[in-house]
Ligand binder design. Sequence first.
Ligand code: BYC
Length: 474
Amino acid sequence: MIDYTEKIPNNVDLGRDRGLQRALEHWQPAYMGWWYDMGPNESHNYEVYLRTAISVEPDGWAQFGYVKMPEYRWGIFLQPRDEKREVNFGIHKGQPAWQEVPGEYRSTLRRVIVTQGDTEPASVEQQRLLGSSCPSMYDLRNIFQVNVEEGRHLWAMVYLLHRYFGRDGREEAEALLARRSGDADNPRILGAFNEPTPDWLAFYMFTFFTDRDGKFQLCALAESGFDPLSRTCRFMLTEEAHHMFVGETGVTRIIKRTCEVMKENKLEDPAQVRALGVIDLQTIQRYLNFHYSVTLDLYGSDVSSNAANYFTNGLKGRFRETKLDDDHVLSEAEYPVYEVIGDKIVKKNVPALTALNERLRDDYIEEIADGVGRWQRVIDETGIPFRLTLPHKGFHRAIGNFAGHHISVNGDVLTAEAWDKRKHEWLPSPADEKFVQSLMTGRVVEPGKFANWIAPPLRGINSKPLDFEYVRFN
Ligand code: BYC
């Protein structure tokens, strides 16, 4: 029997909602079973210096202390309700925001919530083996923090399914624990969440690129007319920020270390750089190309009637919807998308309503470009003449107008043969992956020590020193 107020910190009055308690009582052991099977391997007895959200107040959502991860208090938090909130876009614009699911949108809303929920356990599964090759205790603690918070995000979506979708919701909540990342028979829903995350460079790239898709999708869902979804996503966004920080600083530290070694040894040739046990900038660029392109696919088709319906019906808005200065209905507006015609990429204007996936993708690209610019500055400061670039939007795409075409990083339309010949100039080759894997032998866990291929961070977690014991192995 679960003690709800103690074990599941929440601000949804769980203690008084018998129906919800029964549903969670049933689901919780299955979740724990999933965590033991698919959560970080060999970690169950570790005590990890984690932050736990215990309320949505500024001082309550970041309580730090040692926790055994299976005992983490996965809570349910929604941003407090604004009684005056309205539906802010689409055909219901101006109506009071919905506190219950409108009958006609039930299955659509459920699908969006399930798609969002499915990504959370997927990422934990993808990262499950990385603890055994961590570059430091600080990094080990960070990946565990990301993992428990993805677990909490799953709880957030399961709360919505249990509370608002009755038996269908309960069945979907169970299915969220049954799919497996990369499983041939029962895979996760979205492409990027079935890709392996085999090494720490991939992990940092994933948390920089793919967790940022999380941010943009959560921002769009935070605009939803279905108020409980909006409020749930608003709180999730506070946690997402840390995940992107882990990714951005992780890649920054790898770049920094590589550049230091290149400078010290006056070397630029990638093979010689590798021989010194750091990751050459060319390989970092190829990883970047891979993670960027698979994440762009997560926004869906460039022209999408699903996206138009989500918007028109008030279920999913645009990035910063209420800050945008237009009619919020998009009955007349147009938006540019790109198509491949023959061997050319051609711009075409389509009704803005149908191009909402593309628009969100463009908002995302803008923010990504800033982040890559910050990585570039780390290289520039050392004077090494190397430029990190974002590939063309159509490069290596499997969803939308570019799917089925072979687009180079510069946006040239290639034949299948030309693509095959050159693809490993742009994407990690088996040899690249093998090299990066060769650096991931064993874990570095002496407090304050860092693997050779990564620079230490600027500061520790919660003002603790870098040699703080972030994980106790027992
Ligand atoms: N892979 O009109 P279309 C995160 C499907 S990340 C496979 O193009 P739509 C996180 C699509 O489902 C954020 N299938 O797309 C990050 C549809 O299938 P059905 C996750 C794909 O519906 C790191 C068909 O293609 N949240 O939180 O407008 C760590 C045609 O659909 C893909 C969300 O995504 C793909 N890449 O938009 C942890 C928000 N793309 O229905 C967590 C919720 C499309 O014909 N999801 N398809 O069988 C959505 O809003 C929408 O489902 C999508 C797709 C934006 C994903």
